[in-house]
Design a protein around this ligand. Structure first.
Ligand SMILES: Cc1cc2nc3c(=O)[nH]c(=O)nc-3n(C[C@H](O)[C@H](O)[C@H](O)COP(=O)(O)OP(=O)(O)OC[C@H]3O[C@@H](n4cnc5c(N)ncnc54)[C@H](O)[C@@H]3O)c2cc1C
Length: 368
């Protein structure tokens, strides 16, 4: 049986490990004491079929059936419908038209419709919107745990507190070291999120130019009689918010370059978004209850990087999930598994128009 080591216990790592464990002996190594401690545990948890570039959208739509199947296995929903609404003031409606023109799942709506959907917006600040009614909230904990259960059921092993610090190519595969422990593998999967280039570096391979970008989220109390509503996004994505019982979840939609690290929110980013959302709503936002940040890690073309490294096909990438790594995880994991087994994509992903080249790290490594 093929022995696989997967580095990283976020959503990318557990999903690809579970897929590969169907017919391989899989060990997942996670640096932290808990899985999903980094970006996966810090997201806005949205499934937006119209978000991201064409590759991302195809993978997101191809993931829909997997989300439903995993929910059935877990016995609890993973996706709960929640619309997304981009809004603009009177001077910025051109941006709405552009958004609607480039995206086939969204619909242009007028100012009255925007206010009907989100009555806390100020009528004089909102001239129209674009809405995506196909979106959902994701229960990230249930999704992640469903993959952990699949991995365990298939005989896979998870090692927490195992920070990989050495990766050596041998004549028989890979030797992976974490502290004083080592594992051997025929195939090594790099699902290390913001650290994926660093892990490739340990293996002596080229970095693909991943850039972690910090994004902040925080909560602010609102009156308990404010009804939950859609995810409301500024047309130029300078902030977004959504209301749940007694709480507004707000982001400055920041994209601040960062080295791989345990990301922390900056006060200035929180203050900027609090002010912007307070100005466009009647919420009367006064305080911040909790704030956090995570790293959305992008390849230069903002598509995920999945499949064998051109320098060594036994080193497999699953990286560059950017701001879409939860919603597209299922189809991306099945794609990585298909590329490892046969060099091809699953039939539904291929039927969506994607080819291995769209995902391959080779597209980012001139000369390969
Ligand atoms: C504020 C915010 C909002 C977001 N909103 C959404 C959203 O609404 N919808 C959506 O789909 N996505 C969203 N995202 C993006 C999504 O969270 C990420 O794309 C996804 O979580 C990336 O998963 P990952 O497994 O690649 O990375 P991570 O979750 O960071 O996992 C990587 C893991 O690798 C481990 N690791 C690193 N180096 C080593 C090593 N040397 N040895 C062992 N382990 C190692 C790390 O400890 C970490 O646990 C959002 C992100 C942020 C920050």
């Amino acid at each position: 049986m093929t022995r696989v080591v997967v580095v990283g216990g976020g959503i990318a790592g557990v999903s690809v490990a579970a897929e590969l464990a169907i017919d391989a002996e899989v060990t997942l190594l996670e640096a932290e004491a808990a899985l999903a401690h980094h970006t996966t545990g810090r997201s806005a948890a949205m499934y937006l079929p119209g978000y991201g570039n064409e590759v991302v959208r195809a993978l997101t739509r191809a993931s829909r059936a997997d989300h439903d199947a995993l929910a059935a296995e877990a016995g609890t929903p993973i996706l709960t419908p929640r619309a997304t609404m981009w809004v603009a003031g009177p001077d910025e409606v051109d941006g709405l038209d552009a958004l609607a023109a480039e995206n086939d799942v969204v619909r242009r709506i007028d100012g009255a419709d925007v206010l009907a959907r989100c009555p806390v917006l100020r009528a004089d600040r909102v001239a129209g919107g674009v809405v995506d009614d196909g979106g959902s909230e994701i229960d990230v904990g249930v999704l992640h745990q469903a993959y952990v259960r699949r991995l365990s059921a298939a005989g896979g092993t998870i090692e927490r507190g195992a920070r990989v610090t050495s990766v050596a190519r041998t004549s028989r595969g890979w030797t992976v070291g974490a502290g004083d422990r080592t594992w051997t593998a025929d195939v090594l999967v790099d699902a290390a999120g913001a650290w994926a280039d660093a892990v490739a570096g340990l293996a002596g391979l080229h970095p693909i130019g991943l850039q972690p970008l910090r994004r902040t989220l925080f909560t602010s109390p609102v009156a308990t009689d404010v009804a939950p509503g859609p995810l409301v996004v500024d047309v130029h994505e300078r902030w977004y918010f959504r209301i749940d019982a007694g709480i507004a979840l707000i982001s400055p939609a920041d994209e601040t370059p960062s080295p791989p690290c345990d990301a922390r929110p900056e006060e200035i980013d929180v203050a900027r978004a609090l002010e912007a959302v307070d100005a466009i709503t009647t919420l009367g936002l006064r305080s911040v209850r909790s704030a956090w940040a995570g790293l959305r890690t992008f390849a230069p073309d903002r598509s995920p990087v999945a499949g064998p490294a051109p320098e060594d096909p036994t080193f497999v990438w699953s990286a560059g999930q950017g701001g879409y790594g939860i919603q597209m995880a299922p189809a991306l994991a099945r794609s990585v598994a298909g590329l490892v087994r046969t060099g091809t994509l699953p039939a539904d992903v291929a039927a969506a128009g994607l080819t291995p080249a769209d995902l391959s790290p080779a597209r980012l490594l001139p000369g390969f």
